[in-house]
Design a protein around this ligand. Structure first.
Ligand SMILES: Cc1ncc(COP(=O)(O)O)c(C=O)c1O
Length: 464
């Protein structure tokens, strides 16, 4: 086909994946890693991805906790196509649109009571940036401009743009950009596998101590993942942790931001993970699975209390992004949320989550598997050098990376994390499959995990 005046369409080079790793492929893609080959995925069906050689991969983490509905849901594809045919884009400064209105209304009914207003963006990092800026603007417009500090947790992750990265405890991402990051006060995250039950990290006392140390008059917001994502490997805080957080934040006039980019949208067996703890944050972020991955979509939800000083003050949130509130992305979110509701997929996440956790206990019998934990269809499996002392493997062994490679060979896609044990060492992998996963597919995860584990131990020369 001719694309005059610029000439012929460039075909996909036949040899794009053949031969040794290609740092510079013929097509010009700047890959996420420059030291290995990537299989070419051509199709997705439910929990499975299929590459151009016909190999099938069990997508046991929905990519990066994204494919909550499973792959290939034509209902969502049709809704997006229909909206794009009507109108794909209007600018949020001039117009509103039906999908944005309807999606906000759906999220209002699903979210913890009071989180009534939704601001749509495209990625989790953008939502976190916007949430933190919203907290700051709230205090400035409330006449308390001294409140600007952010408190976050370590381990913890909130994204890779510079403010979100500043609030994250990921040294491997932060080191290079240190001079550009802003100071954020870190408190220890609750991590039941590695914390005593009465540790300040577990009781939320660490938060109050940090607020008092910084001076409540200078603290704008506390941001936390209600159930740990990759950073603490699906660690679930004690039952009363967030009730205490809420009380502390209220006592010291600090906004509580729940980052539900990963844990929200049904992942833990309720629409949001914070619901397990029975409190309402002031601001909440959603992303990843909100659209099921059909388009990049995220949201910042806020209470009327947070909007009020802005509505009565400058009357505009000082955060402008071209694609905010776009009809095309909101149409995907709306179709995904309605698909989840129609098929009771949040209840299914809870139900199949219980099956998953029961079956994952078999992995505890494997050498060097120290813990398997989580909530709903979110699970973390932590590897250790010594099960008794919980000592991690030395980072130089690159166990998580080796495991991921062996899992991919075995047709299993899981998500790795490193550094959680002490900031540098620690290896774990995450399992977070689409909510449509069957019991037989969970058995397949366990079987392929076991194969990958033995292969990784052998490749890393770990003595058993
Ligand atoms: C809890 C949490 N917040 C924010 C983000 C950033 O989202 P994104 O990668 O879409 O920018 C992530 C990504 O993993 C996350 O897990």
């Amino acid at each position: 086909m001719s694309t005059e005046p610029y000439g012929e369409e460039v075909p996909l080079p036949h040899a794009v994946r053949k031969g040794p790793p290609r740092r510079y492929p013929e097509t010009g893609v700047f890959y996420r890693a420059l030291d290995r080959e990537f299989p070419m995925i051509v199709r997705g069906e439910g929990c499975w991805l299929i590459d151009d050689t016909g190999k099938r991969y069990l997508d046991a983490c929905g990519g990066a906790y994204v494919a909550n509905l499973g792959h290939g849901v034509s209902e969502v594809a049709d809704a997006v196509a229909e909206q794009i045919r009507k109108v794909a884009y209007v600018n949020g400064t001039a117009f509103t649109n039906e999908p944005a209105e309807l999606l906000a209304a759906e999220l209002r009914t699903l979210s913890p009571k009071g989180l009534d207003f939704a601001y749509f963006l495209s990625s989790g990092s953008e939502a976190v940036e916007a949430a933190l800026k919203l907290a700051r603007q709230y205090w400035v417009e409330s006449g308390k401009p001294g409140k600007h500090k952010i408190i976050a947790r370590t381990p913890g992750y909130h994204g890779n743009t510079l403010l979100a990265l500043s609030a994250s405890a990921r040294e491997q991402y932060k080191k290079m950009f240190g001079p550009w990051l802003v100071p954020v006060t870190m408190i220890p995250a609750p991590y039941p596998y590695r914390c005593a039950p009465d540790a300040p990290a577990m009781t939320a006392e660490a938060l109050e101590a940090a607020i008092l140390k910084e001076g409540a008059g200078s603290v704008a917001a506390f941001i936390a993942e209600p159930v740990g994502g990759s950073s603490t490997g699906a660690s679930v805080p004690p039952k009363d942790y967030f009730r205490k957080v809420r009380e502390i934040c209220d006592r010291h006039e600090v906004l509580f931001i729940a980052d539900e980019v990963l844990s929200g949208s049904g992942r833990t067996g309720k629409w949001t993970a914070i619901e397990h703890f029975g409190v309402t944050p002031d601001i909440m972020t959603l992303g990843k699975g909100l659209s099921g991955g059909y388009v990049p979509l995220s949201a910042v939800l806020a209470t009327k209390k947070v909007l009020d000083p802005i509505a009565n003050g400058s009357a505009a949130f000082k955060h402008a992004q071209t694609f905010s509130h776009s009809p095309a992305i909101c149409a995907a979110g709306l179709a995904a949320v309605r698909h989840i509701k129609k098929n009771n997929l949040v209840a299914r996440s809870a139900e199949m989550g219980a099956v998953l956790h029961k079956k994952l206990t078999a992995l505890l019998e494997l050498p060097n598997v120290g813990d398997a934990r989580g909530l709903g269809l979110l699970a973390g499996i932590e590897f250790v050098a010594d099960k008794k002392t919980k000592a991690p493997f030395p980072r130089a062994l690159k166990f998580a990376e080796t495991f991921i490679a062996k899992a991919q060979d075995a047709g299993l896609i899981v998500w790795p994390n490193t550094g959680h044990a002490d900031g540098e060492n620690g290896d774990l992998v995450m399992v977070a499959p689409p909510f449509t996963i069957s019991e037989a597919e969970i058995d397949e995860i366990v079987a392929r995990f076991t194969t990958a584990h033995h292969a990784a131990l052998e490749a890393c020369h770990v003595r058993r």
